[in-house]
Design a protein around this ligand. Structure first.
Ligand code: MRU
Length: 347
């Protein structure tokens, strides 16, 4: 399946509009920053690594037609754009990592002419994209070693090609194992309230010919109790230095359930998802989203009493002690995590 979730095409950002899936796979061409900001907030483009790419391309998009003549003006405009993109969603570290990379490139090339600096910005955004393609395949290769024949693996949200450039992290592990000829079952949690598991993961896995079964989030414990789940593999949005890992809301519950049922719980993520600035998951900002996502968005009629108070955190943090291992693009890190994380962050 040769598809790119996000790319630079015809002098604009082109994304697959994920709000339209699985009914239709349509592309959206983004020519201005406001449309990009909206696309990120509405989850037309989503998933930590894809947001890293959106950040890189977004700064270029915002600067490419600017008429400024001095480095000081360019740098000031770039900072404004970086602040704007950085205010779209708070949790995925890749978004901020992508912005920081572009900022560093602007600073490093400060003595160049303005058009040259702009070219370097686009180059860097393209590097972010190419690196993600390589990272995901590397995560896939490391993770595939954990998959056995006739395995049964639970996942949540969408950590697939739609969350990256074209392959995926948790789902990249499945693609890699599948390509090695291993046959296994995947169970996809629907992922309330925005249904990334039902809408996106089942769509992707079916396209790849991978055996996938959809379940409501509340059914996981029942299946685990029956021995139907052998391991859990999820993605991550931000990982602290102690391996506490933020991911889609519901991930923590799965980790607790895995612990109780003695099922290995793996997190798959590139090194770009590790936030070196935070010691523990307590420092991770959890996005709170619109109540309507819970009460009515995917329903024909509202499913809750009008005006009811709603709690809609988009992510939760799984404490490191519930994580069996982290599958990264630089290898599999096992507890105690501290040393392994420092090693991948500094190598
Ligand atoms: O709100 P979303 O859909 O952007 O949340 C995405 C996730 O939680 C993914 O699991 C995570 O970003 C990893 S994607 C490889």
């Amino acid at each position: 399946m040769q598809m790119r979730t996000i790319e630079w095409k015809d002098n604009a950002i082109r994304i697959i509009d994920q709000t339209k899936l699985p009914a239709s796979c349509v592309y959206l061409t983004i020519r201005d920053l406001e449309t990009l900001g909206k696309a990120i907030k509405l989850l037309q483009v989503r998933g930590a690594p894809a947001l890293g790419a959106a950040a890189g391309l977004g700064v270029y998009l915002g600067l490419k037609d600017s008429k400024v003549h001095t480095y000081a003006q360019l740098s000031r405009d770039a900072e404004k754009i970086i602040r704007y993109i950085g205010s779209s969603r708070p949790t995925a570290y890749n978004l901020f990592w992508g912005l920081a990379r572009i900022r560093a490139v602007i600073k490093k090339n400060r003595s160049m002419a303005i058009p040259e600096i702009k070219k370097e910005i686009l180059e860097e955004a393209r590097h972010i994209i190419e690196e993600d393609q390589r990272s995901c395949r590397s995560i896939g290769a490391y993770g595939a070693s954990l998959i056995t024949r006739n395995d049964a693996i639970l996942t949540v949200c969408n950590a697939g090609m739609l969350a990256t450039i074209d392959y995926g992290t948790a789902l990249g592990v499945f693609y890699s194992a599948h390509a090695q000829g291993k046959r296994f079952k995947v169970f996809a949690c629907e992922t309330r309230p925005l249904l990334q598991g039902a809408r996106l993961t089942t769509w992707e896995l079916k396209k790849h010919g991978i055996d996938v079964t959809l379940l409501c989030d509340s059914m996981a414990a029942y299946l685990m109790r029956q021995g139907k789940i052998k391991k859990v593999i999820t993605g991550a949005d931000r990982i602290a230095r102690n391996a506490d890992a933020a991911n889609k809301i519901g991930t923590y519950s799965l980790a607790v359930l895995s612990h109780y049922h003695k099922i290995p719980f793996y997190v798959a993520a590139p090194v770009s998802t590790f936030d070196p600035h935070i010691a523990t998951g307590k420092e991770i900002i959890i996005e709170e989203r619109d109540p309507e996502e819970v009460t009515s968005l995917y329903f024909k009629k509202p499913v809750a009493a009008a005006g009811v108070k709603v709690c809609n955190p988009a992510f939760d943090v799984t404490p490191h002690e519930l994580i069996t291992a982290i599958i990264t693009d630089k290898g599999i890190i096992r507890p105690p995590f501290g040393r392994g994380i420092t090693k991948v962050l500094t190598s």
